[in-house]
Design a protein around this ligand. Sequence first.
Ligand code: ZN
Length: 425
Amino acid sequence: MSSHLSLPKYSVGVGDRFAHQAKAQLQACVLAANAGVDVSPVWNKSNREHMIIGSEPSSTRVAADAAVKALGWTKPYFCDADHIGLTTVDRYLPACDFYTIDVADFIGKSADASSVDAFIHRHPELQHKLEIEGIAEPLTLSQDFLRQVANKFLAAVQNAAAIYRKIESAKGRGNFITEVSMDETDSPQTPAELLIILAATADEGIPLETIAPKFNGRFNKGVDYVGDLAKFEEEFAADVAAIAHAVKHYDLPKNLKLSVHSGSDKFSIYEPIHNIILRFNAGVHLKTAGTTWLEELIGLAESGGDGLALAKKIYAQAYDHREELCAPYATVIDIDPAKLPLPEEVARWSSLQYTSALRHDPHSAAYNSSLRQLLHVGFKVAAKMGDRYLHLVEANEAIIARNVTDNLYNRHIAPVFLGVAQQKK
Ligand SMILES: [Zn+2]
């Protein structure tokens, strides 16, 4: 028998679109370990992203294994099949040991009446006011509310169970981590809904280790959180409390924790997250998605010469194709076209002008969030360039690696897991 895999308390999901930065990313976890906090790396790449890049899930595994070997990392690490469903999971089965089961499309689809009735029958404890440790006001639950939530979410949980069982039959129980994601939907789940979803998940026998709800506020790609911070903090704390309650009362793994699909760079929520996980002695999984690709661009621009020229060319092409590049991400980006510099202007920029416009330093006057978001979704341009892009990335490995590690450690890992605020320049 192989040993039972489990996800450590703190973990960070890192994206690496072109599979060249695994070592630089792992180095950020080495820095955290040196600072006294274990943060397990999880390399994630969504099916959507593999389709755009034209890559195979095995490439993520190969890059992760090579990085682990090169740095002598002896602690846990994982490869995440990110946002998979019943029809897309198959090609991830050999390479991945972490599955983010995306059931957002099933929210609101009706489950059959008999399973809704059975669920309600099984859970009298969710039909009256419920005191939860860590939440000031008792949750106002009732049979009507439970039925309403079951009608909204039970089909999604049943779908998660079907996907889970497919993975389990291929990989064997205990040989992979299970996450369920509900973040890519219109409205946030309340803590009461989360508790009910968890009860249903436990009923289905899914050994859930992380769950990604949708939170209040906007989580745009590669830029900071937009929303009411006090409200986020209250909601996040209530979600953590609801999870602790669910773990105590239902058959769920003890290490079950929240997964924050950040869409990267949600700097202003990092301090509240840190404070809450300490207060509740809870874990957290932070997915930072794809800004590693932007650090590659920053490194190229910083290196000058051919690197800077290519970074400018990528901007020019992204600018020309901005409408088609942005369309799939319309709900998660806010670009002000008037703030996008013309490619002719960017063509005259120095390394410093390019990197200061792109680098996510909210305190810098030169930082341009519209340009950053356009380039964030513009990775398709570099993917099309193929080897021309990758050869320059390889030629400038050291300067890029420094940016990748520094970004991941100082802007994400240190604020969330060590409580070290990002330095203000
Ligand atoms: Zn997500």
